[in-house]
Design a protein around this ligand. Structure first.
Ligand SMILES: Nc1ncnc2c1ncn2[C@@H]1O[C@H](COP(=O)(O)OP(=O)(O)OP(=O)(O)O)[C@@H](O)[C@H]1O
Ligand SMILES: [Mg+2]
Length: 268
């Protein structure tokens, strides 16, 4: 019965996820004790794909919330809706997940204001409850409920970081760009390009990643390599594909673009 409510959140097809280290086993162990988990790592390195895969593997529905600055506690917890016949309570995504036993994934949680983030506190310690203050209800989390957040360690300023009291409620897994051969395997799988082309794309990314902090704010992500590969698979020339998908999005600085173009030309 309860499962019907979450029918739309089931991960029915196995997502492609290529394990990089022991993250699958560690997450399974964390889930078995319902430890709240934090996935840390740069943009486009597989965090969202990993949580989709784990939800599938654990047969739990997955409710994802993209966090943003204007998000309020009500957006997570729920609100009364005005209807012709009166008012009706509507659970927010966090209440829905807690009540019925889903994995709730709060993506880019630092984007939310700290006063919003604290609503997860009673759910992420041994109380495992969610007070719906406006409704006057205390939801006891379903035994299957787990909370997962993602966090990009590079982007935080002092103003915008999780409180220690939030951080310390979570276990954490570090994500990064996979080692060369694994990343090439992922790019080939996701785009259909040959192993040779995937290998070159990863080699370009590795050069560019060395420029992080020397003119580039962030490394080229696996996601960008997949963009480039999918253009190549469409018949776009590798040089043009790399320009569109790798070089131009990441920098507007003419010298940096030249340096990246040169890296691309070395391999294609
Ligand atoms: N280990 C992996 N196995 C399979 N696919 C992967 C893996 N790592 C990255 N990918 C691919 O990279 C793409 C980007 O990954 P994903 O969307 O999970 O990034 P993210 O870490 O959630 O980024 P963001 O922080 O921007 O949300 C995925 O769509 C997937 O194709
Ligand atoms: Mg993501």
């Amino acid at each position: 019965m309860a499962d019907d409510v979450l029918a739309g959140y089931r991960v029915t097809r196995q997502p492609y996820y290529r394990p990089v280290a022991d993250e699958v086993a560690l997450f399974e162990a964390a889930y078995s004790v319902r430890m709240p988990m934090m996935l840390k790592g740069p943009t486009g390195c597989g965090k969202t794909r990993f949580v989709e895969y784990m939800a599938w593997k654990l047969s739990r529905p997955l409710i994802t919330v993209a966090c943003h600055e204007d998000m309020t506690a009500s957006d997570l917890v729920g609100r009364f809706l005005l209807e012709a016949s009166g008012t009706r309570w509507q659970d927010g995504p966090l209440a829905l997940a807690a009540r019925h036993g889903a994995i709730c994934y709060l993506d880019e949680v630092v984007e939310a204001r700290q006063d919003t983030t604290v609503v997860i506190h009673p759910l992420t310690d041994n109380r495992r409850v969610l007070p719906l203050e406006k409704k006057g209800e205390l939801v006891r989390a379903h035994p299957d409920f787990q909370i997962v957040i993602s966090y990009n360690p590079g982007y935080q300023s002092l103003m915008k970081d999780l409180k220690q009291s939030t951080k310390q409620r979570f276990g954490a897994l570090d994500f990064g760009y996979p080692e060369h051969a694994v990343e090439a395997e992922i790019v080939a799988h996701e785009t259909g390009v040959s192993a040779e082309v995937a290998d070159k794309l990863v080699a370009i990314a590795e050069r560019a990643r060395n420029l992080k902090g020397h003119g580039l704010d962030e490394g080229l992500s696996t996601r960008m390599l997949i963009h480039a590969g999918s253009l190549i698979a469409q018949g776009v020339s590798p040089l043009a594909a790399c320009g569109v998908a790798l070089v131009r999005p990441i920098t507007d600085d003419p010298d940096m673009r030249d340096a990246l173009d040169a890296a691309v030309a070395t391999f294609f």
